[in-house]
Design a protein around this ligand. Sequence first.
Ligand code: SAM
Ligand code: SF4
Length: 458
Amino acid sequence: MELDEKRLHRILKITCYHPDKKSTIINILDKARQKKGLDLEEVGFLVNLADRELIDGLFDVASRIKFEIYGERLVFFAPLYISDFCINDCEYCNFHIRNKGLVRKKLTLDEIEDQTKFLIDMGHKRILLECGEDPVNNTIDYVVDAIEKIYATKTSKGNIRRINVNIAATSVENYHRLKQTKIGTYQLFQETYHRETFEELHRYPKKDYTRQITTHERAFEAGIDDLGLGVLFGLYDWRFEVLGLVSHAQYLDKEFGVGPHTISVPRFCPAPTVTYKPAYPVSDSDFLKLIAILRLAVPYTGMIISTRETPQIRRIAFRIGISQASASSVTTVGGYNQNNLKSQPQFEIYDERRLGEVIDDILEDKFLPSFCTACYRVGRTGERFMDLAKPGEIHHFCRSNGILTFAEYIEDFATDGLYERGYEVINHYLNQIDNEEIKNQTLLRLKKIKQGKRDIYF
Ligand code: SAM
Ligand code: SF4
């Protein structure tokens, strides 16, 4: 992947919005409704949009696409930081090597098991594994052992069924090792697509822009076809970053026949030893706008929001494009049972609610919380996933699997009236399954879950 930055700047310039371009925007929104994505120039017009009425039109199309493709489901996960050792010096991150006051911590396998048990007993089924870059402390062997330990950990409430991985850019050989441990998505954020800014904000191995932007290709070469992109918003002009993300997604689609499985939209958050102030802070309204634009531009790519955002922003974002969210997160190594009070977080978070509280909140908006991990476990990934997703076929499985995994959650964890409120939403969506065979099968499986059976899916 080589990004033609000049072209992106040119597009931003020529698509600068003028009131007389109204018909152009209306045509773009009409095209987006067909869920076939947008080209870069069309995205350019949308990022330059300033007219309130047209922005409302953009949000309207984004939420339609979101509901037509992803339905009412919202998938939950939690990050698990296994080590804050890092040899890089990213300006924005508290784990940067210049943080000499941080007593670095790398979890032992026993500690990883403890943290995992804590997450399982909270109701989680999906983990995003995270660590700093350190070839001595965080070797690929350590990461692989950690993944195997997490998968092997069980409590009376079940186990973790999918581990997504967010570790620094690495080699084909190392990605091959990751692939063998049966990871879900491999995510790596470009941080910024603007080369000059990237080189200014990073030192040591991560300063290598080319290494970062070509890493998904190496992962693909190693057989990982489930890939996640992202930008750390605030480092550079968000409008350029959106064009960068869409270019990257289109490149992967063209070169490998599969676009990214997910796009993450982290926004910079303050952190203890970070003095860096984002040069391009993204306002709440621009942040929501960029989520909506991405929803139109790459409709079949899942979008992830984290607890870097407030409950209020998350609530709106869920409607206009987000399909996965973290909940009850900590960004401290060993932070889930607080047995390592010397640790510091990677950054501050803005949604500190427990998983149960987040779930209760989204039920009010009639979202269906999902802990589904079925697709990758039955091999519906990469091209196979897209072949089902694009004609809308995946919907049939997803709604039922969402219902079944949420029923498991309710049976095992619901308190304070969540049981009743949860089943109310389940029944609402059960009635909307239009395929009689799948509906009957779902009812049968729900009955088994109530009788104590677990992990049954389509
Ligand atoms: N260390 C690896 C790396 O940098 O690629 C793995 C992931 S790192 C633990 C996760 C992500 O956290 C980074 O890619 C970065 O975008 C994000 N991050 C770092 N500092 C942040 C901050 N102050 N606010 C919000 N996100 C931050
Ligand atoms: Fe290290 Fe990642 Fe933090 Fe950079 S963002 S300092 S690579 S942990």
